[in-house]
Write a protein that binds this ligand. Structure first.
Ligand code: DX5
Ligand code: ZN
Length: 248
């Protein structure tokens, strides 16, 4: 089509605006922390059937958080069990010591807490160099400013809506404010990072989270402790899609 330059630009702008409104697609990331570890393969297949977009893997070291969970070998085993992207959330001190091993084991996304390292910028670069998508995690008391200067290095920002360390905790509503802030910063600085939220996510808060700007919803207890995890994922996805539609 031969359009004058100005008209062609307008069409692109309208398309971009529509894309922002529809906000592409919200993905559900079941957290295996709440799954039955003795039958992890079956648990994963159930959430795949329900339409999970990625698998969230919580790695805890007993230092940065008061709990110990799983490590590199489990990520390697998960890699063989699913084609879904593996979203590895490192709640460990000195994550720079392990990011390459997690990437090699098959992690697609790796997020670190700024308080857990002296050199956040360097770790994010290491994650990228290792072939994974870098993310930073904001605890409930951690301000957005802590990642402001590394925004260009981030593929995603994970907002904690509980204090990290355990599944099954109560959602902290202040996370909604932080998600809105991040969305504003992203627009202001034109940075394309995605916004993820983690902790106490369930059918009761999905609509609020999506309206605030969350695009990846981590859900552990509300998925794996439900009678039918596949159906639980389907329901969260539907609620998210409804909230996206209402935004337009
Ligand atoms: C908490 C973890 C979360 C946790 C979420 O430290 O980062 O990913 O598994 O679990 P629920 O959804 O049960 O709050
Ligand atoms: Zn997590």
């Amino acid at each position: 089509m031969n359009l004058p330059k100005a008209a062609a630009t307008n069409i692109v702008n309208v398309k971009d605006a529509a894309k922002n409104l529809v906000n592409v697609q919200v993905e559900i990331a079941p957290s295996i922390l709440a799954a039955n570890f003795a039958s992890l393969g079956e648990e994963i297949r159930a959430v795949e059937r329900g339409g999970a977009g990625l698998i969230h893997v919580d790695v805890m070291d007993g230092h940065f958080v008061p709990n110990i969970t799983i490590g590199v070998p489990v990520v390697a085993a998960l890699r063989k069990a699913t084609a879904l992207p593996l979203d590895v959330h490192l709640m460990i001190e000195e994550p720079e010591r392990y990011v390459e091993a997690f990437a090699q084991a098959g992690a697609d996304m790796i997020s670190v807490h700024p308080e857990a390292t002296y050199h956040l910028d360097r770790v994010l670069g290491m994650i990228r160099d290792a072939g994974a998508s870098p993310g930073a995690v904001l605890n409930p008391a951690t301000p957005v400013e802590l990642v402001s200067d590394v925004m260009e290095k981030l593929d995603f920002v994970l907002v904690m809506s509980v204090n990290p360390g355990f599944g099954g905790q109560k959602f902290i509503p202040g996370a909604l404010v932080k998600i809105r802030r991040l969305r504003e910063e992203r627009a202001r600085y034109n940075r394309p990072f995605r916004i993820e939220v983690d902790g106490g996510v369930g059918p009761e808060n999905v609509a609020d989270l999506v309206r605030a700007g969350a695009e990846i919803l981590v859900a552990g207890t509300s998925v794996f402790h439900a009678p039918d995890p596949a159906e639980a994922v389907r329901r969260l996805k539907q609620l998210a899609a409804d909230a996206v539609a209402q935004k337009v």
